[in-house]
Design a protein. Sequence first.
Length: 370
Amino acid sequence: MSEAASCARCGCRRKAVRSSAGSPGLAAPVRVAYEAGPTGYGLARACARAGIACTVAAPSKIPRAPGDRVKTDRRDAERLARLLRLGELVAVRVPGEDEEAARDLVRAREDVRCDLMRARHRLSKLLLRHGLVYEASAWTGAHEAWLRRQRFASRPLALAFEECSGAVAQAKARREALDRAIAELAAEAPFAEVVARLCCLRGVSTLTALALTVELGDWTRFRPHSLGPFLGLVPSEDSSGGRRRQGAITKRRATRTPAACSSRPPGTNAGRCGRAWLSSAAAKDSRRRSVPAPTKARGGCTDAGTHSRAGASGARSSRSRSHGSSPATAGRSRRWSSASASGGRGERAGATRGATRGTATSSPPGDARP
């Protein structure tokens, strides 16, 4: 197995793979593994044609010791062979040649889109430095006509403007050409059926549908709770013990919303974070509404700093979510109704929450007791 890993490490070609398969030094069955990288999947396809089981490992899923500071090709090959024997490598799906070519076309279109955006930024900032700002919507037909009417007295500035304008026009023409090629490819087999189904969704066009088709490949290997983590649409998490902390999504930054947790497995705490978020928000709103208004004592002044039993229970009732302390069922409690009807302990419980913090509640002079 180490010889096969060393063969993959050296970047052997198809002839070397065929010779290794028939080599008497490697006893069948032979398995090899290598990390996915910029070299593509040519080696994996050559191994498959030669009858060698090849695993293309995901580099981000390979476990590495935090204290391991030495990295060489030999150590990497030995680690891959050891993890392959233990079955700890996460394999990457090897696409077909046609599928990989379509994916390269879609990614080329994304690169051209980024080039067009950068070219437009360079042109707009060049005009901004010289005080030329287009007030209406940018990059429309009227904006392009306005750009063509611009003239500069300085020859170097005019050349720079023509260069930036030419870069924008060239990038736009490249994008349109790739859009036409993608539309033609999406109408052909084997992408036509899947693209047609995805285009039925709202907001999904031919470009988006084909991009999802070629990037995901085989849709049957995903389930509803596994597609979100694969696309990086689940929130990051750093929890320990009773503390739970969630952050942005694993690939793009996002706020903590219930939609970010919708792709978690059902029946788990992570899958219920959306409902917990909504219930906590509703609880906060109900607690704000259930705080009683400050009232005056009927029977006289209440000493600052003294806590009556009914006053303490009233203060706790504003923070409690029990059935008896809710505003809808407050009148049904026998203890509460007796305290409010009688003139004994209920009158002395007229202290508000502010009274417990060191402020006295006064009453009219005529009602004061001796």
